[in-house]
Design a protein around this ligand. Sequence first.
Ligand code: DC
Length: 219
Amino acid sequence: MQYPVIAIDGPSASGKGTVAARVAAALGWAYLDSGALYRVTALYAREQGAAWDDEAVVAALAAALPVRFVDGRVELDGRDVSSDIRAEEIGMGASQVAALPAVRAALLQRQRDFAVHGGLVADGRDMASVVFPEAALKVFLTASAEVRAQRRALQLGVPLAGEAYERIVADIEKRDEADRNRAVAPLKPAADAHMLDTSDLSIEESVKKVLDWYRQIEN
Ligand code: DC
């Protein structure tokens, strides 16, 4: 592989996106949020009236996805959809379309195309196993389901008890289950991944750990 890649995989709301983006910034590398591609695919399918389980149609939409990542924003057909794709419902749609092999195949090269200059930090579910198997460093980042639910609730401004919070916990567990048990590219650590449990770590501590691992490999 021409450019170094750090692959960071893990379950939803584990904080891998924040850690990956900060590692990329610290190294001056590009950043790929691969989950955003599945989320945009789900949003685009819905806008085009396609069912999330219609593999051929969704794969065709994914192959022609008019998506751009601009200054941290996600644009679909020139519209800023950065917050639309974060809706829980679109997350569930992303999980559904991500289970379709033809959709994953349609998005594969597009993800690899991000490794074009300098280096790349890529986060997702199968960065280490499928998309960048030759990554210089592979990290599997986790946190307990409880900690992840709390982080998501804080992000959404939801109190840490009550019905809305319970719904977040249930959604996280449901999505974990779907991502872990699907037939293609299920969520699981690559054999050579470094395990990083961030339940008791701050963002800064997690970022430092990844950078330390990378520096060890480099030297
Ligand atoms: O990381 P996220 O929550 O934004 O991802 C949204 C969905 O996309 C998630 O349910 C799993 C799926 N996904 C995937 O299958 N492979 C990836 N590389 C990234 C995300």
